[in-house]
Design a protein. Structure first.
Length: 103
């Protein structure tokens, strides 16, 4: 689970869509695609979907050969828009550290 950007908008057609690229270290593999929260649908001269406030995006991972703390880096690409304009596309790196517990 990565907690990311405090506010994300899903832009109208033709603009950059929200994308999360997770860089997995050796010994870690993805077991699923991303699970996305349900966006809010608003009317702004047309129906658009937005994320506002804090959002949680989930992805199941398998930790096999890794030992010790594991650092994950995700590149979050998005384009923020208002009713009248869109800012240039941006990519922000989000880093989190996992502390695996062995059973």
């Amino acid at each position: 689970m990565l907690k990311a950007i405090p506010q994300i908008f899903i832009c109208p057609a033709g603009q950059q869509e929200l994308r999360i690229d997770l860089k997995l270290p050796a010994g870690v593999e993805a077991l699923s695609d991303w699970s996305w929260p349900e966006p809010e649908t608003v009317w702004d001269g047309g129906e658009i979907q937005i994320y506002s406030g804090k959002q949680i995006f989930r992805r199941k991972l398998k930790i096999a050969g890794a030992s010790g703390d594991i650092t994950l880096v995700a590149a979050v690409s998005y384009q923020a828009c208002t009713a009248t304009m869109c800012a240039p596309p941006q990519t922000v790196e989000v880093t989190t550290t996992l502390k695996p517990v062995r059973k």
